[in-house]
Design a protein around this ligand. Structure first.
Ligand SMILES: Cc1cc2nc3c(=O)[nH]c(=O)nc-3n(C[C@H](O)[C@H](O)[C@H](O)COP(=O)(O)OP(=O)(O)OC[C@H]3O[C@@H](n4cnc5c(N)ncnc54)[C@H](O)[C@@H]3O)c2cc1C
Length: 419
């Protein structure tokens, strides 16, 4: 068939097609608005906050002022029935800078936990509290990992004991690696209520701002994502009212009873949150990769050696072609998983894990090549690509390492208990 022949496909009206990757006008507007903030506010501040290794509160406040950070903003991004607005906004902000992006979006992990497992009253009260107000924005933390429980979340040592006489929960333990840990207002803490049940005996608890017994431990000095605060959280006899367990005590008691009888679990506190958030985390990695690719492309066009732009060498041009290819492939996996998650489809082949795995590895791979394309300048702090490479590396580690994602995918596709 010649290229000019009208194919049957060309006569199909867009409205009749059940599938489209065309963004809606609203999605494009939100994307451009987020991009404007990333370009105008986040990126110019990125180097400074990376060097300071501090939470960029003035930028969080700027984001709150324009509605990018806050309950209404996140509700709007989430309400898109295609599921694409959340990853689109994340890609843009992390294109601006990942450390600052994480300071703005780190709160959303606690929000996802409350939204996914909380009662309507808990959602209505505690999600807005995670963000604070425009004048006094707050951040929130979601604390699962511990010094001896990283990939293996079933082995948590933090305990939540029910004090029958006082009608209160009592939490004790130490959480490791918590994004916003100790500086957050609301902390969501995953603790073991019945250690014998492993991850099925765990529950998530809301610890309100200013609760006695919760304190920050050691703040981590990191390789990348340095504008984002990461620290230990120490829980010493933290007392909470009965209704601070996500979903309520009654539901938890029922769930524990089912687990003790060996009946099937509906969900597990930590895993349910991670499953839902993985595509969004993947979109952050896509944002970093895209930043590095765009920068390297511009550089390769203008940098001359041997009397011609370095992009005229296939060695460089093919690298850029592969970078673009991998980024687009990663984004498509992210969009698929986001759409599946939002429209209630089951991740039968661990599509959420696939998206995060691919995007994280692409971000590391692309940023490393960007350094190569910039040569010595790529290795210098005066240029942003070394920062992007440092930032990218976390995406093969947190929210499940690449090995754990492969394990999840391998188990899903095989139905076998792969170790
Ligand atoms: C910057 C940063 C922010 C973070 N933010 C948070 C947060 O907000 N909340 C939170 O709860 N946690 C957070 N984490 C923790 C993060 O989720 C963990 O670091 C991660 O889950 C890995 O755990 P680990 O570091 O203990 O590594 P380990 O579990 O000890 O793993 C070490 C290595 O062994 C491999 N490995 C382990 N088990 C297997 C297996 N079965 N098969 C194959 N390989 C395996 C891993 O893939 C890895 O390569 C954060 C971490 C960092 C660095």
């Amino acid at each position: 068939m010649s290229a000019t022949t009208e194919t049957p496909a060309a006569t199909v009206e867009a409205a009749d097609t059940p599938f489209s990757l065309e963004l809606s006008e609203e999605q494009r507007e939100i994307r451009d608005w987020a991009h404007g903030f990333a370009e105008g506010v986040i990126r110019p501040a990125a180097h400074e906050w990376d060097e300071r290794e501090e939470t960029p509160w003035p930028i969080i406040q700027e984001a709150a002022k324009i509605g990018l950070y806050g309950f209404e903003g996140i509700a709007q991004f989430f309400s898109d029935p295609t599921g694409l607005t959340m990853p689109i906004v994340n890609e843009e902000l992390f294109w601006g800078d990942a450390g600052i992006g994480m300071s703005i979006f780190g709160t959303s992990l606690a929000v996802a936990a409350i939204f996914g497992q909380g009662s309507p009253e808990q959602i209505g009260t505690w999600i807005p509290a995670c963000f604070g107000t425009v004048d006094e924005p707050a951040v929130a933390a979601f604390c699962v990992s511990e010094p001896d429980a990283g990939s293996d979340v079933s082995s948590l040592r933090t305990r939540a004991r029910w004090d029958q006489a006082a009608g209160e929960w009592v939490l004790n333990g130490t959480k490791a690696w918590a994004t916003n840990g100790g500086i957050a207002g609301v902390h969501v803490i995953v603790a073991s209520v019945d250690a014998e049940l492993g991850s099925r005996g765990q529950a998530a608890f809301i610890v309100p701002p200013g609760t006695a017994g919760l304190s920050q431990g050691v703040k981590v000095k990191k390789h990348g994502l340095r504008a984002s605060h990461t620290a230990e959280v120490v829980l010493d006899e933290v007392r909470l009212p009965a209704d601070m367990v996500l979903g309520g005590k009654e539901k938890l008691d029922e769930r524990l009873a089912r687990a003790r009888e060996g009946r099937k679990a509906r969900s597990q506190a930590a895993m349910a949150t991670f499953e839902a958030s993985r595509p969004t985390v993947g979109s952050q990695a896509v944002g970093i990769a895209r930043a590095a690719y765009e920068y390297a492309l511009d550089y390769a066009r203008t940098r001359e050696q041997f009397g011609r732009p370095i992009i005229e060498n296939q060695a460089i041009a093919f690298m850029l072609a592969d970078m673009k290819l991998e980024i687009d492939a990663a984004r498509l996996l992210v969009w698929r998983a986001s759409w599946m998650g939002r429209t209630g489809r089951t991740f039968e082949n661990a599509e959420g894990s696939m998206s995060k795995l691919k995007a994280g590895e692409v971000a590391v791979w692309v940023t490393e090549r960007a350094i190569q394309i910039l040569g010595g300048n790529g290795y210098a702090r005066e240029y942003p690509v070394e920062r992007w490479h440092r930032d990218a590396k976390i995406y093969t580690i947190f929210e499940g390492t690449s090995e754990i994602q492969r394990l999840v995918i391998a188990r899903a596709i095989s139905g076998m208990h792969i170790r």
